[in-house]
Design a protein around this ligand. Sequence first.
Ligand code: ADP
Ligand code: MG
Ligand code: ZN
Length: 485
Amino acid sequence: MISDWQLVVGLEVHAQLLTRSKIFCGCPTAFGGEPNTHVCPVCLGMPGVLPALNRQVVEFAVRAGLALGCSIQEKSVFARKNYFYPDLPKGYQVSQYELPICLGGGVEFTLDGADRRVRLTRIHMEEDAGKNLHGVSADGSSGVDLNRAGVPLIEIVSEPDIRSIDEAVEVLKALRAVLMYLGVNDGNLEEGSFRCDANVSVMPVGSTVLGTRCELKNMNSFRFLRQAIEYEVKRQVEILEGGGKIVQETRLFDPQRGETRSMRSKEEAHDYRYFPEPDLPPVRVPAAWVEEIRRSLPELPRARAARYQRDLSLSAYDAGVLTADRETAEFFDATLAARGGGAEAAKRVANLLNGEVARLANESALAPSSWKLTPAALGGVVRLADQGVIGGPGVRQVIEELFRDGGDPEAVVAARGLAQVSDESAVEAAADAVLAASPAEVERYRAGNQKLIGFLVGQVMKAMKGKGNPAVVNAVLKRKLEGGR
Ligand code: ADP
Ligand code: MG
Ligand code: ZN
């Protein structure tokens, strides 16, 4: 039975660094482009060329390492990882092996309300390979696109500390958020600029001896990661319970079938015949540079979420959603600054951002930087709501319009006639009419059935075409029902 087995996962994440040029040449790193247009003799792997290390790659790797609590190595060394594949014209990938740039560290995340940490083994720098394109020419033959060859990556390797699928997903989300906050990676799983391999094994519950693992590749969404591990656990448990053995191998997740398939048997390190890259000197990162980079780190998502809970009394949930990406958090801060005010305003802004605005953003698949709704405008909406100028339905309509067309909230309220009626005499006139038309309800209310106020409020709102200020309507009705006139 599956419940007799303990899942163990270790992650290897390849994150493309957001440098403008490649790691060892000046070619652009831009995604896409006509095949083989972002190339030069260096990234094409021509004989006789020499690589020159892009300083920004080192800086970004150190940034990531510092944010993840790694120890930054003063000296690290590039190594050749030899293997033969059409998308790798040199026949080797320049990576780091024995002496990577970062050691140790960890990813902090929250699971079921508890703070957790998964240890990292290392972070190293390497170049990306090209891409094989199948069936691209008129005769159906394959081609190789080397635009991606030489794009800088960091590989982040975790210890096999992860014990559940939820944990694997949360670790990966937290890691992605950190890299995006740092501005070193765009977090795009679909385009493959943030790629994750999951090493999966199972062992009997209670055991401390790790089982044989399989490495799962090609999971370009959090949903696929979940499905792939789920499938893999079932597969491994079935084999082990049938008396079989797990073969260490690399398996590919097929999203169409929801299953993993064997791709190749796992290479051992010696198969790669690693040796130090003779064309590059060791990388030196002086302590002063590390400190300079440390000082430039932004506030990270978890620190920000903690601050929102501490200073603005937001719930852990609200704080988590708001800080999941840096743009949303910055939009929130800017909105709050525009509105002014403390915890109460913060809660309102958080509700709108995580509710109505998030819904519209999801529908349009737009990031905050490309919204037409500005923080100043959203701050204005909150102010109008706080002043009672617009009620719930009005707020929704204004936000919808501002999100679609941009503009100024007060102008939208005026143009659409969304202001609610707070004028007592107008409300009283409507209330009098409703009370006169509902003698039975009035009598039952006065006999003690106070719940009927809801019905009466509804009637007044209906009479006022939904524009009555609910607080005023309530107060006027109460006064009239409780004897006063
Ligand atoms: P390789 O270089 O062959 O990929 P590593 O020792 O670097 O091997 O391990 C790679 C990944 O596999 C790491 O993320 C590690 O946590 C994970 N891992 C190692 N052993 C296991 C295991 N028994 N079960 C699950 N994951 C494992
Ligand atoms: Mg590996
Ligand atoms: Zn190049």
